[in-house]
Design a protein around this ligand. Structure first.
Ligand code: VAH
Length: 319
């Protein structure tokens, strides 16, 4: 059995579908603090889970005895700056509760997402390496950095096979992102199709590492399927994706929607967060250890997002 905690988030929604396609719906338990219906809709078991409630989590582990656990529940960078103590509590104690239960119930593999947010103002900005100065200045960022230390600690102290990826900003159309700084790169597509214009909360030359969700899901499953002896990183693997800024993204969208226009709001608090992060990431270790290869470049991502969202929006307006 596979347990996905945070199944209704941006990653979880698609990961549950992918895992159910491989293992069968009944083998994949979706769990989340709320359930807008995705998990039920794609036809499999669902449990209400609160990562801050140890008894609730213990009951779920006791009932389902998962052999793999994906812990995706988290508070992201922008919301984390509005609720710093909750973000630290949920991101940190949620992880520690799950690591302890994974040891108690002898779970064979655990996945936990980190982020390029673990890098900070003094980290190298271009081709940021796997190892370097890391001085994250968001609660989300340093909760992910501390979480990486906990994962490596449980690997060495308890032999727990926990694996992790430092995701770039993730772009998808199936489930909305939840309060991140990179979310502009998702909102822009909805606005482009609805209003042919978008006001970006990040400035024109704010380049960030991004990735289309299909690549992120494929990377996650590749890492989890790799033989343990191939895994040389037990903190979290860099993953680079595509680096672009709002101007480059807008130019690519204009190839499909010629009269699309973009303008820029300033003084958004997310600008400072974005400025503290790298512009591009070196993911050569992931390529070497488990054969990582990107499939969606900027043109392919934009074309796929617009095609799928057009269908999605058309269906939503059907009476
Ligand atoms: C965020 N989408 O913006 C997340 C991600 C690298 C960014 O961690 O907070």
């Amino acid at each position: 059995k596979i347990l996905v905690i945070g199944a209704n988030g941006q990653i979880g929604t698609e990961l549950v579908v992918a895992l159910r396609g491989i293992y069968g719906a009944a083998q994949v338990i979706a769990s989340d603090i709320n359930n807008p219906g995705y998990a039920i809709r794609n036809g499999g078991p669902f449990e209400f889970a609160n990562v801050l409630d140890q008894d609730n989590l213990h009951h779920i582990f006791q009932k389902h005895r998962p052999t793999q656990v994906y812990l995706l529940a988290a508070i992201l960078s922008a919301v984390g700056e509005q609720k710093p103590k909750l973000a630290w509590d949920l991101n940190m104690n949620g992880l520690i509760h799950v690591l302890d239960l994974a040891v108690e119930f002898n779970v064979s593999k655990v996945f936990w997402p980190s982020s390029i947010a673990v890098f900070g103002p003094n980290s190298p900005k271009q081709d940021t390496p796997q190892y370097c100065v890391m001085d994250p200045n968001t609660v989300y960022g340093f909760s992910k950095l501390a979480g990486e230390r906990w994962c490596e600690y449980y690997y060495h102290k308890h032999g727990l096979d926990v694996r992790s990826i430092r995701y770039p900003g993730l772009i998808s159309w199936k489930a909305a992102p939840g309060g991140g700084t990179t979310d502009y790169a998702v909102h822009i597509f909805h606005e482009a199709l609805k209003n042919k214009s978008y006001t970006s909360f990040l400035s024109v030359h704010t380049a960030l590492p991004m990735m289309y969700m299909d690549d992120a899901i494929r990377a996650t499953l590749s890492l989890m399927d790799a033989p343990a002896e191939q895994i040389s990183i037990r903190s979290s693997y860099n993953l680079g994706g595509i680096s672009f800024d709002p101007e480059q993204l807008a130019a690519e969208i204009k190839k499909h929607i010629p009269d699309f226009t973009i303008d820029y709001a300033d003084h958004d608090p997310r600008q400072a967060i974005a400025d503290s992060w790298p512009k591009s990431i070196d993911d050569s270790q992931a390529q070497k250890d488990w054969g990582w290869q990107l499939e969606y470049d900027l043109p392919k991502m934009v074309e796929t997002m617009l095609t799928n969202l057009k269908t999605e929006l058309a269906e939503s307006v059907k009476v």
